[in-house]
Design a protein around this ligand. Sequence first.
Ligand code: NAD
Ligand code: UGA
Length: 460
Amino acid sequence: MGGFKKKILCIGAGYVGGITMAVIADKCPDYRVALVDIDHEKIDKWNSDNLPIYEPGLDEIVKRRRGKNLFFVKEMGKAIEEADIIFVSVNTPTKMFGAGAGMAADLQYWEKTAREIKKYARSDKVIVEKSTLPVKTADAMERILSAENKKVHFEVISNPEFLAEGSAIRDLEEPDRILIGYKDTPAGKRARDDIVELYAHWVPKKRIITSNIWSSELSKLVANAFLAQRVSSINSITPLCEKTEADISEVARAVGMDSRIGNRFLNASVGFGGSCFKKDILNLVYICRYYGLNEVADYWEGVVRINEYQKERFVARMMDVMFHTLANKRICLFGFAFKANTSDTRESAAIYIAKRLIEEKAALVITDPKALENAKKDLAGDNAKVEYIEDPYLASKGCDAIAIMTEWDIYKELDYEKIYASMRKPAFIFDGRNILDHKRLFEIGFNVYPIGMPGLVHFS
Ligand code: NAD
Ligand code: UGA
C-alpha cells in the first residue's frame, strides 16, 4: 500500500462518489483512492462486472483502476483512519418529516458521517463536502468534528460537483470549472492547496476557481436553480405555442441565438426530473424563507410549480384528445429514465405520468433500454397493472398510444410504419421530448401531439 503520495477516501459510493472517484483515480495514479458505503451490496456490485449504475464510459475506467489505486471497501473505521483527504458524497434528499418537511435538506446521513469520521480519525484530515448542501453546513460539520476534540484537526472544504448524468465522465474529465471553497486561515489555505493540487493533475489552472466556503456552498444550489429555471422558462411557453400555432423549437432557436441567452438547455419537455433539481430548488426556497426572504422564495418556487404543471398538462392533453377517457386503453411509455444515457429514474417525469395513467385505469406498458429495473421499483405498488418489455416493437404492439418520456436515440430510428401497423386505431403518439419526425408520423397515419406545437390530427 506504500508508494502513494496521498490517500483519499470517499464516504458514499453512489452516482457522484463512484464516478468522481473513478475519474480521480484514473487521472491521479500517484493517489490511492478508496470508497466506502453503508450499503454493502452496492460495494459488492462496484467490485463485480455488474456496476451498480450505468454511465457511458464508466465500466472501462473502473476496470482500468480497480485493485491498482481504486478500492471499494466495507470497513469504515480502517478506511477513515488511513485517509489524508475524506470526500463526503452521501445523499442529501429532501426532508420528509418534521420541521421543513418537503422542503429542507435531510442532513441525517451527512451528520452520521461527521460522527463516524470523528470516532475513527487519529490524525489530521481534510474533509471535502462533495454532496450538495445548504449554505452554512460546513459550520455544523466543523462543530460536530471539533466538539470535545483537541488532538485531531479537521479542515472542512467545499467542493460541489457539477456533473450531469449521462455525460458524467466527460463533465469530470473536461469540467467547465472546479470550485473550491475554503476558510481564510492558514489551515484553510493549506487544505485548499491540497485540493487544487489534486485537480491540477488534469484540469487547467484557469478552470480551478476558489472562493469563500459559503459562496461555494450557495453557488451549487444557485447553478442548479438557474439550469432548472431555463427548462421551466421554455416549458412555460409551450402551452401558449399549442394555442397559437407557434412552434416552440422555432422560438427556442430564435431566442437561443442571442449570444447573451445562449442556445443550450432550451429543449421543451414533459418536465425536468433527476435527483437534484427539485430538491435543490426547494432547499434554496427553504433557506430564503428561513431568512424571511419570501419574495425570493416565491420566485424560485415558481420554477418547480411550472414543472409540476407541465407534467399534469401532458396527461390532461392525452385525456382530452383520446376522447376524455383512458380507461382500459393500452398506453406505451417509451423511456422511463429521467434523461437519456442513464439508468437513473429518480424524480423522472415518467413516474408521475405512469402513476396518473394508472389512476385513470389505463393499461400501461413500459419500455426502456436501461431503466426497467428501476422503473419496477418506482412503481412497486402498481406492478400488477404494468407490463415491462424491453423491445419497443413488442411493447407498443396492440397499444392505442405511445408517449415518449426519454430522448433515447434508439426511439428516433425505429420503423414507425411497422409500429403503426401493429397498433390499435386510431393510433396516437405524444412526443414528450420532441425528438421524432412529426410530419412523417402523421403521413404514416398517427395522430401526433408534440410539446409546444399544435397537434397533427387526422380527424377534426
Ligand atoms: P446516491 O444516493 O447515489 O449515493 C449516496 C450514497 O451514500 C448511497 O450509496 C448511500 O448508501 C451512501 N450513504 C448514506 N449514508 C452513508 C453513511 N453514513 N456512510 C456511508 N455511506 C452512506 O446519491 P448521489 O446521486 O451520488 O448524490 C450524492 C450527493 O451529490 C447529493 O448531495 C447530491 O445532491 C449531489 N449531487 C448529485 C449529482 C447527480 O447527478 N446525481 C450531481 C451533483 C451533485
Ligand atoms: C443536473 C445539472 O445539469 C448538473 O450540473 C448538476 O451537477 C446535477 O443536476 C446535480 O446537481 O445533480 P442532471 O440532473 O444529471 O444534472 O441532468 P440534466 O442534464 O441537468 O437534466 C435534468 C433534467 O432536465 C432532465 O430530466 C432533462 O431531461 C431535463 N432537461 C434538460 C430538459 O427537459 N430540457 C433541457 O433543455 C435540458
